[in-house]
Design a protein around this ligand. Structure first.
Ligand code: AMP
Ligand code: TRP
Length: 347
């Protein structure tokens, strides 16, 4: 893609932006790869902006009533996991029109070839790309707009979003070059921890996903303690006991996945978990993992259920977050119109 330019990048203060699609219930993958780390960043005292990206969700068909419900459920999950709407900005994307406006401009900056190389596009469009929505193809330009409308400098995500963030950097660099400005920051992906890629419980080579047809493949944040324990008990494994070195997990994707999940939930390193369970059979390890998962997730599920009883309160929080988001993004997007050469005489 484009060559990096030398920009001073001094005027941007540390600001975190990230988003999750309300295209289904959230999974343990979302929790460990994203939500849990969103909370850590908030608690480190960095300015944090978190968004339920409903405009991204409709790049594939969504039933309107379910979309509304899932957006509220997503917001409840953020709050239940520890996002404090007073300290973080929490809102849904469509309430702030700056996202769609900047996305259009980025559609005119990004190149078809860049988009065509995105593995998520290739996976989601599948063999029948002709039938995919134009929005699905342009998806990464909207994601770049989400981030750059706030001049965000850091983006915590799971491993699967790395390529989209590289594209965000390319869009920022090309915009800066094309218009000879130093306007957009070149963002830094934050892909950290033991669980940047939580895998399916049925197939350790596939990502755990809210869109997998098998509910047994994932743990949902709405699952009961019994469901969590049963899914972990039935998770695919091999017949060997756990190894005594991390290298011993190398060609054992299912075992490695469960160890990574344990490490991320416990807040331990993978080395520590291996040291604690070296030589253990899955008959021992799985119940320990199930207990840990229930202990960590049950309080979140309980709090989510409590919050979901008052949808009006959730909508109020999202509206207030939207106003705060708007106050940051509006002046930035107005400057973009000026840079690009649009007449804005109504203001
Ligand atoms: P999505 O559900 O696709 O909107 O993803 C929201 C966030 O969760 C992104 O940062 C993803 O990278 C992260 N994420 C989704 N699935 C997983 C997974 N299986 N493991 C780790 N992170 C994930
Ligand atoms: N594409 C991300 C995903 O599916 C969601 C997303 C949309 C996002 N906009 C974002 C993530 C901006 C980080 C920053 O996981």
């Amino acid at each position: 893609m484009s060559e990096p330019v030398q920009t001073p990048q001094t005027q941007f203060k540390p600001r975190i932006f990230s988003g999750i699609q309300p295209s289904g219930g959230l999974t343990l993958g979302n929790y460990l790869g994203a939500l849990k780390r969103f909370v850590e960043k908030q608690d480190e005292g960095i300015e944090t902006i978190y968004c339920l990206v409903d405009l991204h969700a409709i790049t594939v068909w969504q039933d309107p009533e379910k979309l509304r419900q899932q957006t509220r459920e997503g917001a409840a999950a953020f709050i239940a996991a520890g996002i404090d709407p007073a300290r973080s900005v929490l809102f849904n994307q469509s309430q702030v029109t700056a996202h769609a406006e900047l996305a259009w401009i980025f559609n005119c900056v990004a190149r078809m070839g860049w988009m065509g190389r995105m593995t998520q596009w290739k996976d989601k469009a599948g063999k029948n790309a002709e039938a995919a929505s134009l929005g699905l193809f342009a998806y990464p330009a909207l994601m770049a707009a989400d981030i750059l409308a706030y001049h965000a400098t850091m983006v915590p995500v799971g491993e699967d979003q790395k390529q989209h963030l590289e594209l965000t950097r390319d869009i920022a660099i090309k915009f800066n070059n094309d218009f000879k400005v130093d306007f957009f920051p070149v963002v830094e992906p934050l892909i950290e921890g033991a669980a940047t890629r939580v895998m399916s419980l049925r197939d350790g080579t596939k990502k755990m996903s809210k869109s997998d047809p098998s509910d047994q493949s994932r743990i949902n944040l709405t699952d009961t303690a019994d469901q969590i324990a049963s899914k972990i008990r039935k998770a695919k494994t091999d017949p060997e006991p756990l190894p005594d070195t991390v290298e011993g997990l190398k060609d054992r994707p299912d075992a490695r996945n469960l160890v990574n999940i344990y490490a991320a939930l416990a807040g331990h390193t993978v080395e520590q978990v291996i040291a604690d369970f070296a030589g253990a059979q899955f008959g021992t390890f799985k119940p320990a993992l199930a207990d840990l998962a229930v202990a960590k997730l049950a309080p979140i599920t309980t709090e989510m259920n409590r919050l979901m009883k008052d949808p009006a309160e959730i909508d109020r929080i999202l509206g207030q977050g939207g106003e705060r988001a708007e106050a940051i993004a509006r002046p930035i997007v107005d400057q973009v119109y000026d840079i690009v050469g649009m007449i804005r005489s109504r203001r």
